[in-house]
Design a protein around this ligand. Structure first.
Ligand code: NOJ
Ligand code: CA
Length: 689
């Protein structure tokens, strides 16, 4: 066998032990958000209830049991408000009404309470930086003319130059192009310019105006009164601008950027926090904050400001052990002093789907360098995405899952051009591929489009065309496949939910090789991620619930370790399994993705016979209830066995001796499952490779 991952390897690199500041994390009954699993629903693409090809609230309501079964604690809805959809709903015309395409306010209220009855909280998206150009305030501002109180709520400004035809400054839009659009006066002559950090249909609000502040506090209360558990704050670091509108310096110092991360923002969020805290149970504020300066980032998470913020630094990192470890370390170090839990996010409606990203030679993410058309190895990307999911689930803090991530959907990079509508694509003249490719409607069932996204007899096609290859990725196709991404997410979330050492807390790095990340949570939970191309051995006493795909070769596969102690390994294997709650049990998550796919060369580089599989089935009636998941280094040559809840086990036998795979080599002298001793034996069956 290969050496244990924890033996004879390099000393730990960097930080070894991070615990949050105890005084700031004293537990109360309402700290659900510190360890929550939050599922992002992009309503337009989740499920279509009325058959017009666009997702809606009826579709979400119909699929709430799916989310309950998946095991999520909360749903974050991207904007569902009345909107012309110039930016997928982030151009809000009415913050207190649901867009009729999606449903009605009454239906949203029903959805919130139906979800709550299933134990799922609701988080809504608040968009404070800008409104739609169809918002009554902006229409009034255009109609009222220069110098009017209506215009004071926005950033109207005369142009530069003798005739005012130069923009007030040279700020560049987050969607490329200028941040200023010129208006026309009622008599048709060119008028003032207005500021928009995003598209021209999203005019920026002036947050030094008291009515802007009061209105958003009222919107916050409006939704909290409807029972939502929190809000996600869009573009949270952009609201405040330097009123002098200076150019952006080449390297702005802390707090010196004229439109990002200005110090005055903190006072706004303190007021919001006071509003949230005035409600009886924990209502949370989650910031969308893209900031390279992690210390500035953490300032938003002080105890009287936001509860959490998305960790984009981790999301943007390439699939590389050292880089991800550095991000984990700096994240935890920055969060500890303010007592906020970290968040772990692999994807959302703005970024390239991880299966695609991780399948590329450069697997980092940056808006500026999105690489549509780059050669992509989806099989490799999918295996890395599986490993990344398990890694994230084991890290301290809360976890976000973007719809379709649990299905392993890839970025759709060949959408019909006439369907593309993201302003990132349109405003860049197609240079930026845009974000439509990660927003394609979910495949639920069936073998052809719309894959159950719309009901039978639908009148409209899905608003973005699903690829045929998604027939293999529907919920229906995955739910009965123990090797599917969906099964992996389900198993992962079940363990995460039931294990007190997971979620909030600290971690302890364990010594490991340079291309392996290994850390402990609590006394017995290990997470091991193998980034190398070779198998790694496990520490003694671990038990693994393997999630390997049947033919994924060459390494220890993505795997979860259940509460089961292997007491002695040998030809006469003695196993004592324990209830999941047993403090002494060894548990771990093990993930592994080789750098390259299984090729003859890779095979030659590993031991002969590596990658053989055999199915092991417990003798009927001998496996007690659902607890008997075990990892048996079943012979000196064989490693990793797992059972599913019905007691079936899978063993990957690393032996050159094919006969050994076919021979009943495993004897289990005694098994204690869920605390009940039973005697049984296991026998090998049917090698599958
Ligand atoms: C961030 C949102 O996630 C994105 O989708 C949107 O385009 C911008 N903010 C502007 O609202
Ligand atoms: Ca619909």
């Amino acid at each position: 066998m290969t050496d244990s991952v924890l033996e004879g390897t390099a000393p730990p690199r960097g930080l070894t032990h991070v615990e949050p500041c105890a005084s700031l994390t004293s537990e109360n009954n309402d700290t659900w958000w510190r360890r929550a699993v939050i599922y992002q629903v992009y309503v337009r693409s989740f499920a279509d209830g009325n058959g017009d090809g666009i997702g809606d609230l009826a579709g979400v309501r119909a699929h709430l049991p799916y989310l309950e079964e998946l095991g999520v604690d909360a749903i974050w809805f991207t904007p569902w408000y009345v909107s012309p959809l110039a930016d997928g709903g982030y151009d809000v015309a009415d913050y207190r009404a649901i867009d009729p395409t999606f449903g009605s306010l009454e239906e949203a209220e029903r959805l919130i309470s139906e979800a709550r009855a299933l134990g799922i909280r609701t988080i809504v998206d608040i968009v404070p930086n800008h409104v739609s150009d169809q918002h009554p305030w902006f229409r009034a501002a255009l109609a009222s003319g220069p110098g009017s109180p209506e215009r004071a709520r926005f950033w109207f400004h005369p142009g530069r130059g003798a005739s005012g035809d130069e923009m007030p400054n040279g700020w560049v839009s987050n969607f490329s192009g200028p941040t200023w659009t010129r208006t026309r006066n009622p008599d048709g002559t060119p008028g003032e310019w207005y500021l928009h950090l995003f598209s021209a249909q999203q005019p920026d609000l002036n947050w030094s105006h008291p009515e802007v502040r009061a209105e958003h506090e009222a919107i916050l209360k409006f939704w909290l009164d409807r029972g939502v558990a929190g809000v996600r704050i869009d573009s949270a670091a952009l609201l405040v601008k330097d009123p002098a509108l200076p150019e952006v310096p080449p390297e702005p110092g802390p707090g010196q950027h004229p439109n990002t991360d200005r110090d005055e923002l903190h006072e706004i969020y303190r007021r919001w926090r006071a509003v949230a805290d005035s409600y009886p149970d924990s209502r949370i504020l989650v910031g969308e904050i893209w900031l390279p300066d992690i210390e500035r980032f953490a300032k938003y998470l002080r105890p009287d400001e936001l509860h959490t913020a998305f960790n984009f630094d981790f999301l943007a990192r390439p699939w590389d052990a050292a880089s991800l470890k550095a991000s984990i370390d700096s994240t935890l170090v920055a969060h500890a002093p303010v007592g906020a839990p970290a968040t772990w996010v692999l994807s959302n409606h703005d970024v390239t789907r991880p299966v695609t990203r991780y399948g590329q030679a450069d697997s980092a993410f940056a808006f500026a360098t999105k690489r549509a058309g780059t050669p992509t190895d989806l099989a490799l990307g999918r295996r890395r995405a599986r490993a990344a999911a398990l890694l994230c689930a084991a890290l301290p803090g809360s976890l976000y899952i973007y719809q379709g991530e649990e299905l392993g959907l890839d970025e759709v990079q060949d959408l019909p051009v006439h369907q593309l509508q993201d302003p990132m694509y349109l405003r860049s003249g197609g240079e930026d591929p845009g974000r439509d490719g990660c927003r394609v409607p979910l495949p639920w069932a069936g073998t052809c489009r719309p894959f159950g996204f719309s009901p039978t007899g639908a009148t409209g096609e899905p608003w973005l065309q699903q690829p045929d290859r998604w027939a293999a990725l529907t919920v229906e196709a995955q739910e009965n496949d123990p090797n599917s991404m969906l099964a992996l997410y389900g198993a992962m979330l079940r363990i995460r939910r039931s294990d007190p050492d997971l979620g909030d807390g600290g971690l302890r790095w364990l010594p490991s090789a340079a291309d392996v990340l290994a850390f402990a949570r609590g006394d017995g939970f290990l997470c091991i991620t193998n980034f190398s191309g070779a198998p790694i051995g496990l520490p003694p006493g671990c038990s693994v619930l393997s999630t390997a795909e049947a033919k994924a070769p060459g390494a220890i596969h993505p795997a979860l370790i259940d509460a089961c102690g292997v007491r002695r390994i040998g030809p006469d294997v003695t196993i004592t399994s324990a209830p999941r709650t047993a403090a002494s049990a060894s548990r771990a998550i093990v993930t592994s993705i080789p750098w390259r796919l299984w090729t003859p060369a890779a095979k030659a580089a590993t031991r002969p016979g590596s990658g053989s599989y055999a199915r092991i089935v417990a003798r009927p009636g001998r496996t007690a209830r659902s607890a008997s998941t075990w990892n048996v280094p079943c012979t000196p040559q064989a490693r990793i066995a797992s059972t599913d809840d019905s007691g079936r086990a899978r063993c990957r036998a690393d032996t050159a001796d094919a006969a050994a795979v076919r021979t009943p080599v495993i004897q289990v002298a005694s098994i204690t499952a869920m605390g009940t001793p039973v005697a049984g034996s296991l026998r090998m069956r049917r090698p599958v490779m």
